[in-house]
Structures are given as structure tokens and as C-alpha cells.
Design a protein around this ligand. Structure first.
Ligand SMILES: [Zn+2]
Length: 304
């Protein structure tokens, strides 16, 4: 039986058994679409609210398919925070099963932060969904998360807004620390060549150029035409290294690195945090880890 058929069967089953809301008189239950968003929500929600993610760490948020356990968990959920801007094509299945008591919040689409358009691949001209890769984008997410939680739990609104203020401050400090770490990389080396166009906002925030083979992971990856175009860009830019990401297949960048005799550095984390014991266990660690990888691969000056 295909995964999709299994999913549809589960959905029908859940619809049959869920005549009464299973969560009446229970604490607020929140689900975030992927681990980065989950961690940002947890910062504001604190321990009193149950927060989980749909996509497990290490999996690709773009290409996820809802599982039966996902569907069952959603049945007991009050709020689903998701990125939007096309990051989670599978969100349409949740919209299809939406109940009155379930609030869906497209965080990136509501965030007060200007999106950039994708410049390559089949989604060219559409907004790039990876706003969180700039700490200012993540701060805009925080505001949406805090106001949503405050609407649902008005008696805790002050606590949520206070945590949001603290989180914004922490993100500003993180941004300064990352900027400082990247400062030693010479201007001529400040090029991020990756599989997916997921570093557009990071590049804008920290003064890098960026190019990618494809726009977002949900499209065709590494077509002959896209590989040839990327190879040409690598040839003209002559960067010190190429990069691969933790949730995109690295075979394409590996092939390009071999063809151009360049080192392949990574993984960079963007669409998922690492496991709890890994180098990108939370948002701050993710950006710091990425900055370290870039610093090493692009010839950053060594600290005195
Ligand atoms: Zn992505």
C-alpha cells in the first residue's frame, strides 16, 4: 500500500472516531512544521505549552509527507505554526482536514520582514521561504508567535511578550557574534555556493553573494541544465570552496567540486536543526556552526 493511500485511510479513520474534540479542557497543544520553527515557538511558549514538530530533525521539510502519527497528533492540536511561502507543500493536507478549533498560522507570510524572490529553478520569481536564516527574519517570526500565543492564552500574554523581547535581544546579539566571526573572510571569498537557494537571506544579512543549483528542495534536483549553469557560475566565480546542506543530497555539489577540483565543505544547516547532540541543536548553534564552517572553508583570518 502506498504511503499516500495509508495517509488517506488514516485521515478517514480519524474523521470517523473524532466526533467530540479530544482536547477539551486540556492545556494548549501546539505543533510547528519543522524543528527550527519548533525551537523558536518553545522559546516563547515555555514549559506550560506542549510544542512538537511534524518533520523530525534531519528530514527535509520541503519533501515531507504526513504520516499517520502526524495526523493523529494534529487531531489533538490547537495551533499549527508553519512557515508558508511554499516551504511545506504538504500543508494543503492539513488545510483539508482543518477543524474550527484548529488555528493554522503561516508565520513567514505574516512576519514583518521583506521577502526576496527566488532567482533560479522552476520557482523563479516566487518568494524565497527561508526568511529565518537572517536573525532579523527569525525575530519577525518571534513577534508572530508571541501575538498568536497571547491571543490563545490572554492571561499569559505578558509572559509571552516578555520572552519575545528577550528572544529579540538574544537574536541581535547572535547576529553581531556571527557577523564578527565572518568578518575575517576576505571580500573576494564571500561567496556561498550551495545546492538550494536557502542562504539568500543569510547572504543579504552578512554581506555574501550566493548561488545555487536549484531554488527550493521540492523541485527537480540537479537537472543536466541546472548542473551546467552552476558549473559555469563556479568557473567564473572561482570560490575557495563549495558547500552542501544537511537535508539536501550532496551528490550534485560533490560532482561539481570534483569537476572543479574544489573542496566541498559542510554540512550547513538550514531546513532542519541537527540532533540534540549535534552541532546545530538549536537556532543559535545552527548559525554559529554555519559561520564556523564558512570561516574555515573561505579562508577567514585566524583569531589573534
Ligand atoms: Zn529549504
Amino acid at each position: 500500500m502506498s504511503k499516500r493511500v495509508t495517509w488517506v485511510s488514516t485521515l478517514l479513520f480519524v474523521a470517523l472516531i473524532s466526533v467530540a474534540p479530544a482536547y477539551a479542557n486540556t492545556p494548549l497543544r501546539v505543533i510547528a512544521s519543522f524543528s527550527v520553527l519548533e525551537e523558536l515557538v518553545k522559546r516563547i511558549a515555555g514549559d506550560a505549552v506542549s510544542v512538537n514538530a511534524i518533520v523530525p530533525r534531519g528530514e527535509d521539510v520541503h519533501r515531507w509527507e504526513l504520516t499517520p502519527p502526524n495526523v493523529l497528533a494534529l487531531e489533538e492540536t490547537h495551533i499549527v505554526f508553519y512557515n508558508g511561502l511554499g516551504l511545506e507543500p504538504w500543508i494543503r493536507h492539513i488545510e483539508a482536514m482543518k477543524r474550527d478549533q484548529l488555528t493554522l498560522v503561516n508565520v513567514a507570510e505574516r512576519a514583518d520582514y521583506t521577502p526576496q524572490m527566488i532567482t533560479t529553478g522552476q520557482f523563479q520569481g516566487e518568494p524565497n521561504p527561508h526568511l529565518w536564516m537572517d536573525p532579523e527574519g527569525a525575530a519577525a517570526y518571534i513577534d508572530v508567535i508571541a501575538s498568536t500565543l497571547a491571543e490563545h492564552l490572554p492571561d499569559q500574554a505578558d509572559t509571552f511578550y516578555k520572552r519575545a523581547e528577550e528572544a529579540r535581544h538574544a537574536l541581535q546579539e547572535l547576529s553581531l557574534a556571527v557577523k564578527e566571526r565572518l568578518e575575517g573572510i576576505p571580500k573576494t571569498n564571500r561567496t556561498l555556493l550551495t545546492s538550494e537557494a536557502s542562504f539568500a537571506y543569510f547572504a543579504r544579512a552578512f554581506d555574501f553573494e550566493t548561488e545555487s543549483i536549484w531554488g527550493v528542495n521540492s523541485e527537480t534536483q540537479g537537472s543536466a541544465e541546472a548542473m551546467a549553469a552552476m558549473s559555469e557560475r563556479i568557473g567564473s566565480k572561482r570560490p575557495p570552496a563549495l558547500f552542501y546542506e544537511s537535508t539536501a543530497p550532496c551528490i550534485h555539489m560533490d560532482a561539481l567540486a570534483r569537476a572543479h577540483s574544489l573542496p566541498l565543505a559542510g554540512p550547513l544547516y538550514v531546513d532542519s536543526l541537527s540532533g540534540e547532540d549535534g552541532p546545530a541543536a538549536n537556532y543559535s548553534a545552527m548559525l554559529r556552526h554555519n559561520a564556523e564552517v564558512m570561516h574555515t572553508a573561505l579562508g577567514g583570518a585566524t583569531a589573534e
